[in-house]
Design a protein around this ligand. Structure first.
Ligand SMILES: NC(=O)c1ccc[n+]([C@@H]2O[C@H](COP(=O)([O-])OP(=O)(O)OC[C@H]3O[C@@H](n4cnc5c(N)ncnc54)[C@H](OP(=O)(O)O)[C@@H]3O)[C@@H](O)[C@H]2O)c1
Length: 264
C-alpha cells in the first residue's frame, strides 16, 4: 500500500513524546508537512529537530501552545489557520480511586481529553469541508470501552471522545472529510514503562518485565505485550491517507485484542 500524504499538512496535538511523536514520524514518512505541539518550547524544538533529521525532505513545524486553553488554541490558529489532517492525540491519564476523584479532577479530564479535541475540530473542520477533503483522528483508549476501576474519570472522558468523533463525522457527512477515533491499547511509552516497574520486579530486563506485567495485570490482552507507539501510528497514517476514504464515523481498534468484544 502506498500511503502518500505529500501536499497535506497534519497537526498532531501532544506530539513531543510517546504515541503523538510516533504519529508525527509516521505522517512525515508518508510525506506530510507535520506540525508538532506540546506545552514546552524546548521539548517542541527537540521533537522538531528529531523529525527533520529523520525526514529531511519534508517540512516540519512546531508550536508550543497549551491546547486545553482558548489562548493556546488562538495562538495555534494564528500560526496554523488550516490543516488537512488533525490528530487529537493529547490526553492525560492517572490512577485515582473512584470515590476520591474531585469535581476539579473530573473537569480537568473533560477539558483536556474531550473539550480540547472538540474545540480544535470546531476550528479546523469548516476549512476541511470547504476544501472538500480532510481527516480528523481522535486517539481514544481501551479504557473508553472497558472502564478501569482505578481511573473511571479517564475512561469516561475517552468514552465521550468516541461520541465526539461519531458526532462530528455526522456533521461532515458527504463532504469528503472523514472523522474517526482509534482505540489504542496499553502502549509502551515512557510513563507506562515507569508504571510497569512500579508493579513488577525492577531487576527484570524490559522484555521480561513487560511479559510479567501483561501476565499479571493485563491477562485479557491477546497480544501479551505492550503495543509499540509505531503500531498505533500505522493505523493513524492509514486513516489519514486518501486510501481510507470510505472509513468514517468509526472507532478502529489497535488494542492488541485487549477489549473482549467483536465490535468496539
Ligand atoms: N500510553 C498508553 O498506554 C495509552 C493507551 C491508550 C490510549 N492512550 C492515549 O494516547 C494519547 C497519547 O498518550 P501517551 O501515553 O503517548 O502520552 P504522553 O507520553 O504522556 O505524551 C503526552 C504529550 O502531550 C503533551 N501535552 C501534555 N499536555 C498538553 C497540553 N495541555 N497541550 C499540549 N500538549 C500537551 C506532552 O508534551 P509537553 O509535556 O511538552 O506539553 C507530550 O508531548 C493520549 O490521548 C492517551 O490517552 C495512551
Amino acid at each position: 500500500m502506498q500511503l502518500d500524504l505529500s501536499g497535506k499538512t497534519a497537526l498532531v496535538t501532544g506530539s513531543t513524546s510517546g504515541i503523538g511523536l510516533a504519529i508525527a514520524h509516521g505522517l512525515a514518512k508518508a510525506g506530510a508537512t507535520v506540525v508538532v505541539n506540546g506545552r514546552s518550547a524546548d521539548r517542541v524544538a527537540d521533537a522538531v529537530s528529531g523529525l527533520r533529521d529523520a525526514h529531511p525532505s519534508v517540512s516540519v513545524m512546531g508550536i508550543d501552545a497549551d491546547v486545553t486553553t482558548q489562548p493556546g488554541v488562538d495562538r495555534l490558529l494564528a500560526e496554523i489557520p488550516a490543516v488537512d489532517v488533525l490528530v487529537n492525540n493529547l490526553g492525560i491519564f492517572g490512577a485515582v480511586p473512584a470515590l476520591e476523584i474531585t469535581d476539579d479532577e473530573w473537569r480537568r479530564y473533560f477539558d483536556t481529553n474531550v473539550l480540547a479535541a472538540a474545540r480544535l475540530i470546531r476550528s479546523y473542520l469548516p476549512g476541511m469541508i470547504e476544501a472538500g477533503w480532510g481527516r480528523v483522528i481522535d486517539i481514544a483508549s481501551d479504557s473508553a470501552v472497558v472502564i478501569p476501576a482505578e481511573m473511571i474519570h479517564y475512561g469516561v472522558s475517552k468514552t465521550a471522545l468516541l461520541a465526539v468523533s461519531r458526532g462530528f463525522a455526522k456533521a461532515a457527512a458527504g463532504t469528503g472529510v472523514t472523522v474517526n477515533s482509534v482505540i489504542a491499547g496499553p502502549t509502551h511509552t515512557g510513563g507506562v514503562e515507569d508504571f510497569v516497574y512500579e508493579l513488577v520486579d525492577t531487576s527484570l530486563p524490559w522484555e521480561e518485565a513487560q511479559r510479567e506485567f501483561m501476565r499479571l495485570h493485563r491477562p485479557q490482552s491477546l497480544l501479551q505485550r505492550l503495543i509499540e507507539p509505531e503500531e498505533i501510528a500505522n493505523m493513524v497514517v492509514y486513516l489519514a491517507s486518501p486510501l481510507a476514504s470510505a472509513t468514517t464515523g468509526g472507532a478502529l481498534r489497535v488494542d492488541g485484542g485487549y477489549v473482549d468484544s467483536i465490535l468496539p
